[in-house]
Design a protein around this ligand. Sequence first.
Ligand code: Z16
Length: 829
Amino acid sequence: TSGERTAKAERMFELMDGFLKNDPLSLQKDILDHVEYTVARSRFSFDDFEAYQALSHCIRDRLIERWHDTQLHFKRKDPKRVYFLSLEYLMGRSLSNSIINLGIRDQCADALSQLGFEFEVVAEQEGDAALGNGGLARLSACQMDSLATMDFPAWGYGLRYQYGLFRQVILDGFQHEQPDYWLNFGNPWEIERVHVTYPVKFYGTVEEEILNGEKYKIWIPGETIEAVAYDNPIPGYGTRNTITLRLWAAKPSNQHDMEAYNTGDYIDAVVNRQRAETISSILYPDDRSHQGKELRLKQQYFFVSASLQDIIRRFKDVHKDFNKFPDKVALQLNDIHPALAIPEVMRVFVDEEHLGWNKAFDLTCKIFSFTTHTVQAEALEKIPVDLLESLLPRHLQIIYDINSYFMEELKKRIGLDYNRLARMSIVEEGAVKSIRVANLSLFCSHTVNGVSKLHSELLQTRVFKDFYELWPEKFQYKTNGVTQRRWIVVSNPNLCALISKWLGTESWIRDIDLLIGLREYATDISLHQEWQMVRRVNKMRLAEYIEATSGLKVSLDAMFDVQIKRIHQYKRQLLNILGIIHRYDCIKNMAKDDRRKVVPRVCIIGGKAAPGYEMAKKMIKLCHAVAEKINNDSDVGDLLKLVFIPDYNVSVAELVIPGADLSQHISTAGHEASGTGSMKFLMNGCLLLATADGSTVEIIEEIGEDNMFLFGAKVHEVPTLREKGSTIKVPLQFARVVRMVRDGYFGFQDYFKSLCDTVEGNSDYYLLGADFGSYLEAQAAADKAFVDQEKWTRMSILSTAGSGRFSSDRTIQDYAEKTWGIEPCRCPL
Ligand code: Z16
């Protein structure tokens, strides 16, 4: 009875002695308990790593309390929820971030120090969770932080890969990939839900059944694999709300007993079952092209099917009437990777819930929205029909049905324009008949979002022009953002304290618009001094890291010039390296006396190349070959150093960004959909050297052109420049530096030949030659500004002050209002 239940609850609460306490003494006690009972080490002797494990478990306990309360609160209120479906999340480390969001950083540091440990050292024991490739995946992580902080009733769904993004190891300047078995030392940040499991079906045939005189399709699977939930609590800052990132792992299904006639059969059967786990075993390391791989398709469907079963179950726990579904559920597709959710929802509605095709399709179109992160055609996934037919036969039928309906609708709008119908069709005829996932997503979503203003314009005028002309109301954009919790508070504690001191409040950590208040002090001499001091300490930290990883000693007086991001031709790391060669060449050819005027630089490059991306790998090797030459040239000394930081990841970024003076975002205009690294640098007071691409265009609107170093062709100039090809006048210096590489000045002549070929004459697709002149001018302007430290510091303060628009809090607020239609649901304290 309910009386008994309340009595029981009261008794439990008494036993529990209230919530866990956060004063340093209680924390110490809890840490020691975890050392003894969880880590199973003696409380009288444990090392930094064991201290990390024990503290993590203390934090985990506290997260679980808040998480339970939040989930209960959501259940009671039953608000409309958003489900964020993404195949990738780059969470990085969790300990510091959780502690800061819980608001107990000082208490934890105290507790540790009284036990003889240092907080920073303990936090550094943690390895990164790298279940993603680059910008898209880190964006998901930032957005989860904002969703939690802003009290939105949100769930993230994804895959629990056993192997995250490969570790990059450099041998003789070449990239090698090593598996990232990140779960080796256990993962305190997840909670395994052995009872939250769903069967996911594959292969098989489609048959018909008759129920109450009606015909229904029924999918008889050839294989069933179990999905098990792993929940990762995501705490908000300045709120009790703690939301869920639910990641699925594949397990062999327990459904059928195995028939074993002898030991060999039995062994084989068990080994075969084990193969099921391969579905969630590894993240694909290519950040944009996935064409026609069965395992990839299996991963996508596995994740989509398990998530939807979970979402629909949660809905059905409270509601009977599917008409309410769009009032309670928003499904957000992070890029088109999870687009199989569309035919899957249709399948469930039509085949299992028997809603009828029209009703089902109407509901489907009301719940989906998607965001696209690129303009590149090769990233627009296509699924070969043959593959889909064998793996998901029923989904293929549904997609065909959607397409016939789509074609009929289209004909009503545009008549029999067969070329256009063929272009827009979800089914691509041709040598390999395939499904255009982007077209499917566009037709069935109520909204498509771009990730910056410029990107959105390109979607409307180029990539999705045909669709935009017919359904302009579907098109929106939400400029990306990053979370100031991780990218200032966690990674740059000194700057964080300085900002709070000058603003007289810590409220900017939840309310980013307050940062603009720093503008008032942009010329204040005492702020200048404190600002420079903080920046220098950060540079020192970075210099120590460089020395530890590469053995190179760098001068703190030099300008730290950084380009860190995935290696891509369009991102033009090659332009940066050729610029460095030019700088080196200039120094070499200078009279000794003139060298005193050179502004010293430490050029830092970091990033991973997809394992099969030959040109990207050659850029990494070139960087090392050039570094070898420059760093060992006594003519150059401290005037120029080049460092490649190996194995770039989230925690490396946390160290590098606060220590950078200048950062480069130099993609060929029209190729970087948004870019989010630039926003992190901007917030940390680093100046940008950039092209007018992606979100940079909006950064200019916030801080002004003269607060950064802008160069290069504009988007509208690019097509003309490409047409001109080899007739463009390219600066002599460009020809000269490419020639140096070609002629073997840095060795490896044969190996670099094909790389040089990509930037000469008609082949220079990314316009390195055309932009080289203005690139050098922007670099010279940066040198000039750096000499005037007062000017530089003012620009730096104004960068941080102007970065408010690029918080993911703003992005998420926009999504909530304009795309998802959800409202905050704050858990009471
Ligand atoms: C990715 O990280 C991005 C695009 C894409 O098609 C695939 C991946 Cl894995 C990036 C964009 O390149 C970048 O401009 C953008 O800032 C980021 O997604 C987040 O939107």
